[in-house]
Design a protein around this ligand. Structure first.
Ligand code: COA
Length: 207
């Protein structure tokens, strides 16, 4: 598996990580295929409640070989477990998804422990609209900007493919995720009903 070297975006000491809407994608990903990097050794956690141990986070595209790592991550959190179903999120299901969307799915890892997946985002499109699936960051690594970085990377990859709009589904009672997506600029559509139909008996309508 190729690794991509940390070259860009080490915030100067005393500077905070950029937030959405301030050109993050351009700052972090000016040249492809160098993927996003977060270094908390360069930008020590200052805010109350932030984790203090230093990490150096990198992103890379997801491949089928990452299945066990991302499945373990999804299973580490109730909000991701409840969004999974036994067909689409099986090894074969994810492999099929990655074949159709090989360049728009990313995972995050700490360079100090590169085999452990600490964040993942799947995005795919039909040539017109993109959908985000199963964004998840390990509970031990939250509020460090990892999900924000994953979203920026995925959006950048979708733009490269000529996609102009992306949406995601979030359980109404998932307060942290709704707060997160709001911060990323994903507006809430109140004039639509989400309707679906299962085409496979193994996938209940609600999953
Ligand atoms: C939602 C989730 C992916 C966020 O990951 P994260 O890496 O902690 O998010 P970030 O650190 O990038 O957060 C960016 C911003 O989003 C907002 N945000 C993130 N988590 C939040 C929370 N728990 N409460 C309120 N706002 C939150 C904040 O504005 C935050 O910026 P700040 O830390 O500077 O205040 C993570 O909580 C998670 O994996 N949850 C379980 C799975 C899930 O619900 N996935 C979403 C499915 S739609």
């Amino acid at each position: 598996m190729p690794r991509f070297s940390p070259l860009l975006f080490l915030p100067a000491p005393g500077k905070t990580l950029p937030r959405a809407g301030r050109g993050v994608a351009q700052l972090v990903f000016p040249v492809r295929p160098i993927y996003g990097i977060l270094s908390e050794t360069a930008a020590p956690a200052r805010e109350k409640g932030r984790k203090q141990n230093p990490m150096s986070i990198q992103l890379r595209p997801v491949t089928a070989a990452d299945y066990d790592g991302i499945f373990a991550l999804w299973n580490s959190t109730e909000q991701s477990r409840r969004a999974m179903n036994p067909v689409d999120d099986s090894r074969e299901g994810i492999e099929k998804y990655l074949k159709r969307n090989p360049s728009t799915c990313f995972l995050a890892y700490d360079t100090g422990d590169p085999d452990r997946v600490i964040g993942v985002i799947l995005t795919g499109h039909d040539g017109r609209r993109a959908i985000v699936h199963h964004l998840c960051v390990h509970p031990d690594c939250r509020r460090r900007g990892i999900a924000r970085l994953l979203v920026r990377q995925a959006e950048d990859a979708l733009r490269q493919e000529g996609i102009s709009k992306v949406f995601g589904l979030v359980f109404k009672d998932n307060g942290p995720a709704n707060a997160f997506w709001e911060e990323q600029g994903y507006s809430l559509r109140t004039n639509l009903n989400y309707r679906n139909k299962s085409l496979n008996d193994q996938v209940p309508k609600g999953e």
